[in-house]
Design a protein around this ligand. Structure first.
Ligand code: GDP
Ligand code: MG
Length: 289
């Protein structure tokens, strides 16, 4: 069997989380048009019994960290660099190629890498070809592959190219498992995704979600979550006039969580102010970072 770790790297917004979901054929990673939505390393397993098991990791976009939460985010990128068997270097075809090349070069990869040129649904064929030529000759690049993660095109070619590079080995995880993270984690992530969707500017970046209660009963799962913000003014924005916004958040989050858990849920959201949580090691730990 072919088995190994395949980790996805790239600038914020290149489409890493979208690609993870496309490769798995399942929505595991949250996605938003805003940068730095992903804060954790999320692993997803793609298994074909007797043939292969690929352990994919989505990672936060590579940035220069400005506060402790971001330092933790970059640490998870470093960990992912160390345990990869194959690296996927993802680039938005309409982004600056030279800048991406410098970033990929700076990773000093010790494992084979595929450069994955994404968002080809938004570029002319000539430009896509040019990008393939540009990256194919770089020293870190085994092969350049053009895809659209959003439209799910080129995904099969990418998977085959990955399999060519993977070592033989025994599977690490159970065949039926999709991930090693608990359901609770994904529920918090889905709530976070909706915060990125509903609120503007800096609000999502000052927010964490903590699941306090997750009680599964036969007919209904009861979930109570705290939304952590840094200031009273942010709490007021999250709640909205007369609690209008938080109600909306609860409604759209519940719909997605029910789809994910395939069960009816009762969702209760509280907003709490924790000044400077993003720079507090204890709180970062409590919120799972
Ligand atoms: P990440 O920050 O690298 O994880 O990027 P995301 O997966 O969160 O995607 C960032 C944005 O790019 C989202 O709005 C996605 O819908 C969009 N996106 C991702 N892949 C594609 C693609 O193949 N084509 C287009 N047009 N948009 C994409
Ligand atoms: Mg992401």
């Amino acid at each position: 069997m072919k088995t190994g770790f395949v980790n996805i790297f790239g600038k914020p917004n290149a489409g890493k989380s979208t690609l993870l979901n496309a490769l798995l054929g399942e929505k595991l990673a949250i996605v938003s048009p805003k940068v730095q939505t992903t804060r954790h390393r999320i692993k997803g397993f793609l298994t074909e019994a007797g043939k292969y098991q690929i352990v994919f990791s989505d990672t936060p976009g590579i940035i220069d960290p400005k506060y402790k939460l971001q330092q933790h985010m970059m640490q998870s990128v470093k960990n992912a660099l160390e345990d990869a068997d194959v690296a996927l270097l993802l680039v938005d075809v309409n982004d600056n190629w030279e800048e991406n090349n410098e970033l990929f070069d700076s990773l000093k990869l010790k494992v084979p890498a595929l450069v994955v040129i994404n968002k080809t649904d938004e570029a002319k064929p000539e430009k896509i070809k040019e990008a393939e030529f540009f990256f194919a000759e770089k020293s870190y690049c085994k092969k350049a592959i053009a895809i659209s993660a959003l439209r799910q095109s080129g995904i099969k070619e990418l998977r085959d190219a990955i399999l060519d590079l993977l070592p033989e080995g025994e599977p690490f995880f159970n065949e039926d498992d999709l991930t090693d993270l608990p359901e609770k984690f994904f529920v918090a992530e889905l709530i976070r995704e909706k915060i990125y969707f509903l609120y503007q500017d800096e609000i999502p970046y000052h927010t964490a979600v903590l699941i306090n209660e997750f009680k599964e009963k036969s007919t209904l799962t009861k979930i109570q979550a705290d939304i952590i913000v840094q200031r009273e003014s942010q709490k007021a924005i999250l709640l909205g006039e007369g609690g209008k916004m938080i109600k909306k958040l609860g409604t759209i989050a519940r719909e997605d969580i029910e789809k994910f858990l395939q069960q009816k849920i009762f969702l209760q959201l509280f907003v709490k102010v924790r000044p400077k949580w993003r720079d507090n090691e204890l709180q970062l730990k409590e919120y799972g970072y």
